[in-house]
Design a protein around this ligand. Structure first.
Ligand code: 5MM
Length: 340
């Protein structure tokens, strides 16, 4: 591991006002999103959609790194240019999702454990040779009356830490993603408690597994009430609850926090990120960035509909959301931007 290179890559990923684009949907997730819009669920449609994304003009002005899926890192444009080349030429750092999915956890009904540690050392070497400079692993934590269990939190935190240690050994920056899900009727306060417990456990495990905190990116959920909670929160409330929770649980050595969107609309995700950057400008030790999938891609996917004639309009929608999030990093996003 070259510690200087690792920390340099981690800092670059969250430098200035850029953020990450998650385009690492597995085949089943991608198919599910295509099916809802009547887009054919074929390998060529998935490839064409990823070509639309990586060739979007101006994307590199807003996006520092793109998280790819195993299939995507091997794919090419129609003209034969590898996607990794296209991304790199746009000034975007290629990354790769390396977990193999969240599976039902034995003895823990309603909970998941993320798999993928077996053979990971070898896969990381291959991804690095293909040009990846960072990686991503997502753990999923459900909230319910009796959830999450301590067993689920600890097992997922341990797996995240072992993944992160292997990434750093291979010279890849680990993006550590413990996602507390929005599903359910839990309150903002409950989400805050669960998120804090999860993050404290994750950082404890990262320490135990000797992970260099300066060379990671944290990708957490924002602190939000559950989707069916009758009391939803104002933008500023979410911003305050999220940053206060992070201040208690995330060491200052971490260079950046890049949020997942988790099913929020693009506008809300931008507004909440903006409020955090505005309200805590000089009161937080790490960069507050984004690593959104749906909150950047969804409008573009809806416009594209699998049609070649819609590619340009879809690319405009994609770069618009990316620009909104770049503005949110500076605390300069406002609803008027949505009219442009
Ligand atoms: C939580 O999902 C991650 C961020 O996406 P959103 O901003 O839409 O919440 C995302 O990177 C996710 O991990 C990938 O889409 C891969 O998902 P699957 O379930 O296909 O592995």
């Amino acid at each position: 591991m070259n510690a200087q290179e690792l920390t340099g890559t981690a800092r670059t990923l969250v430098a200035g006002d850029k953020g990450l684009l998650a385009m690492d949907e597995s085949i089943p997730t991608c198919n599910k999103r295509f099916a809802r819009l009547g887009i054919p669920q074929t390998e060529e449609a998935r490839r064409a959609y990823r070509e639309l994304i990586v060739t979007t003009p101006g994307l590199g002005e807003c996006i520092s790194g793109a998280i790819l899926y195993d299939k995507t890192i091997r794919q090419r444009k129609k003209d034969g240019t590898p996607f990794v080349q296209v991304i790199t030429d746009a000034g975007i750092i290629p990354g790769i999702k390396v977990d193999t999915g969240a599976k039902d956890m034995a003895g823990h009904p309603g909970e998941k454990i993320t798999e993928g540690l077996e053979g990971l050392r070898g896969r990381l070497v291959e991804y690095s040779q293909r040009g990846a400079r960072f990686a991503k692993w997502r753990a999923v934590i459900a909230v319910g009356d009796l959830l999450p269990s301590r067993g689920c939190i600890e097992a997922n935190a341990h797996a995240l830490a072992r993944y992160a240690a292997l990434c750093q050994e291979a010279g890849l920056v680990p993006v550590v993603e413990p996602e507390v899900l929005m599903d359910g009727g839990h309150t903002l306060k409950r989400c805050c408690e669960v998120t804090e417990e999860v993050l404290r456990t994750v950082f404890n495990q990262l320490y135990t597994q000797r992970v260099t905190l300066e060379g990671i990116i944290l990708k957490p959920n924002m602190v939000l009430p559950g989707l069916t909670c009758p009391k939803q929160a104002a933008v500023d409330e979410v911003a305050d609850a999220t940053v206060r929770c992070l201040l208690r649980a995330v060491p200052a050595a971490v260079p950046g926090i890049a949020f997942l969107s988790g099913g929020q609309s693009g506008e809300l995700a931008s507004a909440r990120l903006n409020a955090m950057n505005l309200r805590f400008k000089s009161r937080r030790p790490w960069a507050l960035a984004f690593s959104f999938a749906r909150a950047i891609q969804q409008p573009a996917l809806e416009i594209w509909q699998g049609k070649e004639a819609h590619v340009l309009a879809a690319q405009q929608a994609l770069v618009h959301r990316a620009r909104c999030n770049r503005a949110a990093r500076r605390g300069e996003y406002n609803a008027a931007m949505e009219g442009t």
